[in-house]
Design a protein around this ligand. Structure first.
Ligand code: SER
Length: 318
């Protein structure tokens, strides 16, 4: 029997593409999308949609009972840069939503939970190159604090209440369909839009700051694959390190220049530079590769080609 899935935060950057992919795989009616408002016309019209505030336990519970939901992907969150502006709001949303979903699993109203963590759980005292799965974690951002606390709670609910919660630490995610909101790594998306519309980009991250990154198709596959893996193969119940590629602003600009030679990048680092500088440059994700066969497909050249092609189409019709 195909399980019925609820995606909370389905209008967001990852939530929207996860919804489309799961609908293709499982059938649109088996994937209920939800968000705090109907913020994405195409998404809302691609299958069942419910307005849900992720902070509201009863709204989620009613939806689970109404649609016979078995699995929840909790994709709602305030990201790193935005969370620095609204610390308490970020703590409230990121933690309350997680407890709501974990409690539904504890009460056996649902069977499985996916919850994304982030490279933001690491901080300036963490080894920066090939950051190990288990290492020093002293996050410097509110977002990182919520993700680190969330990881502990996932593990706690698994060990004490037998909750099947699965999690990965996402790097920066690059995509073209839905704009991200409030992340530090968003520069790696803005740069493609500006390369097409203005042929130039002022980058808020310094030219040599390397960050781990991943294309959306890989990010969505990672979520679906970890959820489809046998329960016994998921040995880490806090969150798995996950990696694909890494680059600096200078390197992504060079990759764009191969296709748009007149493209120019300038640098004007702002508060987000401090956040980026506290995160790892590369991640050791060997546990994910071992335990549930994680593998990425897209390298920087593939991503550059795909982003420029898709965004050229998008900007020529808008
Ligand atoms: N992409 C996220 C951010 O920049 C990291 O998880 O906030």
């Amino acid at each position: 029997m195909i399980s019925k899935v609820l995606i909370i935060g389905a209008c967001g950057q990852i939530g929207s593409e996860l919804t489309y992919k799961l609908r293709l795989q499982n059938g649109a009616d088996n994937v209920i999308a939800s968000d705090i408002n109907e913020g994405n016309f195409e998404l809302v019209n691609s299958g069942p949609f419910e307005v849900i505030d992720a902070k509201n336990f009863n709204q989620i519970k009613n939806c689970v009972e109404k649609h016979n939901i078995d699995t929840i992907y909790l994709m709602a969150a305030l990201l790193s840069a935005k969370a620095e502006q609204y610390p308490k709001k970020a703590w409230d949303l990121n933690m309350t939503s997680l407890f709501n979903v974990l409690d539904l699993a504890k009460d056996k109203l649902i069977n499985k939970v996916f919850w994304p963590s982030s490279i933001a759980v690491f901080g300036s005292t963490t080894p920066k190159i090939k950051t190990p799965q288990q290492t020093i974690m002293e996050p410097t951002t509110v977002y990182g604090i919520t993700k680190q606390a969330g990881e502990h709670w996932c593990k706690y609910y698994h060990e004490n209440y037998d909750v099947d919660v699965r999690s990965i630490r996402y790097p920066g995610i690059i995509s073209w369909k839905t704009l991200p909101g409030g992340g530090t790594t968003d520069y790696a998306i803005e740069i493609f839009h500006k390369a097409i519309t203005d042929k130039k980009y002022e980058c808020y991250i310094a030219e040599d700051t390397e960050l781990p990154m991943m294309f959306m198709d890989d990010a969505v596959n990672a979520a679906i694959n970890i959820m489809n893996a046998d329960r016994v193969s998921i040995k880490i119940r806090s969150s798995y390190n996950l990696a694909a590629i890494g680059f600096t602003p200078k390197q992504i600009a060079e990759s764009i220049k191969k296709h748009i030679p007149e493209f120019e990048i300038t640098y004007n680092p702002d508060f987000r530079q401090k956040i980026a500088a506290s995160w790892p440059q590369s991640i050791d994700d060997s546990k994910a590769r071992q335990d549930w066969n994680w593998n990425h497909d897209f390298d920087l050249e593939d991503i550059t080609k795909e982003m420029l092609m898709q965004l050229s189409n998008l900007h020529s019709v808008s």
